[in-house]
Design a protein around this ligand. Structure first.
Ligand code: HAM
Length: 420
C-alpha cells in the first residue's frame, strides 16, 4: 500500500529552520520599537466568537462574507481570527482595561486566517504585527500610530513605499456622503455587479472597495468623501495632516481609500510598496471611534494599524535586505572514541554556562565527517578530542576561520572562548 502523503493546507506554510531566524529578528525589532513608543503587548486567543467578528468587521465585508474560517462545536460558533482589532477591543471591554487609566497603547504579533485565494503575498494563514491606541481621539494618536508603523520599515531599510491617506468621516459626514453616493450610483446600478447592488442600500461605501471589473468605471468618477466631511471631521483630518508634515512623513491623499472593514471612522491609511506586485499593501489602518461601543463598551475613540509580515519579508528579498545573520554555532566538539564522546557530552554544559552555543555529533561519525559537519554548521571553533588528548588533559582548540590550532587545558579553552 502506498504511504499516505500529508501536506500543509493550501495557503498555510511552514516556517522552516532556515527561515525562522529572520522571523525572530523581525519580531525583536517590533518589540524594541513598540517599547520605544511605550506600547504594551497583548496576546489574545486564535479563535473568537463568530458573532464578534461579524459584528466588529461588518457583515457585508469580503472578510466576513467570503473569507472567514468558521466552525461549530456544541452551541459555540468559532472563527479563526481574520484580524486583531475586533479581538483586542473585545479584550479591552471584557477586562475593563480602561480602568488601568490613560489611553491603552497595545501592540501584537501573530497569525491571522483568511480563506482567500493564495498568491504571492496572500496566504490563508499569514502573520501581522499591529498596534492600537484605545481611548484617545487626539490626532496625535493617529500620527503616533502611523509613525510606529513607518518606524519598523525604516529601521529595516524599507523606504520605497507610499503612505495613502484619507478621512472616511464620522457618522454624520458619512450619512451625507452615502446619500450623495447613492444618488450618483442609482442611474447605473443595474449595470453594476451583483455584490455592489447588494451593498447599495446598506453600505454603498463598500462599493468603492469593489474589485469587480464592471464596477470600476462607475467608481472612478464617484463623489469623494472629502467633499462631505463636516467641520469636526475636517478639523481632525487637517490636524492629522499637519502633524504628519511636522514629522516629515510624506503621504498621498487618496479620496477613494475606504479599507476592507466597516469599523473605520475619520482617518484611514494604507502603506503600499511597488516591490510587492499585485498584493501591494504592506500595512493599513485607521480610526474606529464606534467599535468599542458596538462591541458592548462605553463610547471610546480608538485608532490602529496592522502590517503583513510575509509582505514585509517579500519587500526585504526584493531589496536584498537580510534580517538575520547566517546561522552559526560557537563550539563544535569533534571526538574520536567513546571516552572522548563522553567527555564532550559532559563538557557541553560548561561551554553553554559560559554563555556560548555548543554542539557535538549525534551520529557516531568519523572525525573527518565531524569536521565537515562543523563547517556546515558554520562553527567558530572546534574542540578536538581523542585518547591522546584525554591522557594529556590538553585538547586542540581549532579556530575554524583562521585555521589555527592551540593545545590547551579545558579551563584555558573556556577562558579563551569567554574572551572572544
Ligand atoms: P488589513 O488591511 O486587512 O487591516 O490587513 C493589514 C495587512 O495585513 C495588509 O496590509 C497586508 O499586508 C496583510 N494581509 C492581509 N491579508 C493578508 C493575506 N491574506 N496574506 C498576507 N498578508 C495579508 C487589518 O487587519 C486591520 N485590523 C488593521 C487595523 C488595525 N485597523 C485598525 N487597527
Amino acid at each position: 500500500m502506498a504511504k499516505p502523503k500529508y501536506t500543509s493546507h493550501v495557503g498555510m506554510v511552514d516556517i522552516l529552520p532556515d527561515e525562522s531566524p529572520k522571523w525572530r529578528a523581525l519580531e525583536e525589532i517590533i518589540h524594541e520599537e513598540a517599547a520605544k513608543f511605550n506600547f504594551e503587548e497583548i496576546r489574545t486567543p486564535i479563535m473568537e466568537q463568530t458573532e464578534l467578528i461579524v459584528r466588529g468587521i461588518g457583515q457585508l465585508t469580503d472578510i466576513v462574507s467570503k473569507e472567514i474560517f468558521a466552525f461549530e462545536k456544541g452551541d459555540s460558533h468559532y472563527v479563526l481570527r481574520p484580524e486583531l482589532t475586533a479581538p483586542v477591543v473585545r479584550s479591552y471591554v471584557e477586562h475593563h482595561l480602561d480602568q488601568r487609566g490613560g489611553s491603552q497603547k497595545l501592540y501584537y504579533i501573530g497569525p491571522m486566517f483568511r480563506a482567500e485565494k493564495p498568491q504571492k503575498g496572500r496566504q490563508r494563514q499569514f502573520h501581522q504585527f499591529g498596534a492600537e491606541v484605545i481611548g484617545s481621539d487626539d490626532p496625535v494618536a493617529d500620527v503616533e500610530i502611523i509613525a510606529l508603523m513607518m518606524r519598523v520599515y525604516e529601521r529595516i531599510g524599507i523606504t520605497n513605499f507610499e503612505l495613502k491617506l484619507n478621512s472616511v468621516g464620522d457618522p454624520e459626514s458619512r450619512e451625507a456622503y452615502k446619500e450623495a453616493l447613492r444618488d450618483y450610483l442609482r442611474p447605473n446600478l443595474d449595470k453594476m455587479s451583483d455584490v455592489s447592488q447588494e451593498r447599495f442600500e446598506k453600505n454603498p461605501m463598500r462599493i468603492l472597495d469593489s474589485k469587480e471589473e464592471q464596477d470600476q468605471a462607475f467608481i472612478e468618477d464617484a463623489p469623494v468623501i472629502s467633499d462631505y466631511l463636516n467641520e469636526e471631521s475636517q478639523q481632525h483630518f487637517t490636524l492629522v495632516k499637519e502633524y504628519l508634515d511636522d514629522l516629515g512623513i510624506d503621504y498621498t491623499l487618496d479620496p477613494h481609500l475606504v479599507r476592507g472593514m466597516d469599523y473605520y471612522t475619520r482617518t484611514a491609511f494604507e502603506l503600499t510598496s511597488p516591490d510587492l506586485g499585485s498584493q501591494d499593501a504592506l500595512a493599513g489602518g485607521g480610526r474606529y471611534d464606534l467599535l468599542v461601543e458596538e462591541i458592548g463598551g462605553q463610547p471610546t475613540p480608538a485608532v490602529g494599524f496592522a502590517a503583513g509580515m510575509e509582505r514585509l519579508m517579500i519587500a526585504c528579498e526584493e531589496l536584498d535586505i537580510s534580517l538575520a545573520d547566517e546561522k552559526s554555532v560557537d563550539v563544535y566538539f569533534v571526538t574520536l572514541g567513546d571516552a572522548a564522546r563522553k567527555f564532550a557530552l559532559t563538557h557541553l554544559p560548561k561551554v553553554r554556562e559560559a554563555g556560548l552555543s555548543a554542539t557535538m555529533d549525534y551520529k557516531g561519525r568519523s572525525m573527518k565527517a565531524q569536521m565537515k559537519d562543523a563547517d556546515r554548521e558554520n562553527a567558530r571553533y572546534a574542540i578536538i578530542i581523542g585518547d591522546n588528548e584525554l591522557a594529556e588533559g590538553k585538547y586542540s582548540l581549532r579556530n575554524m576561520k583562521a585555521s589555527e590550532e592551540d593545545s590547551l587545558t579545558f579551563e584555558k579553552i573556556l577562558s579563551k572562548l569567554a574572551g572572544v
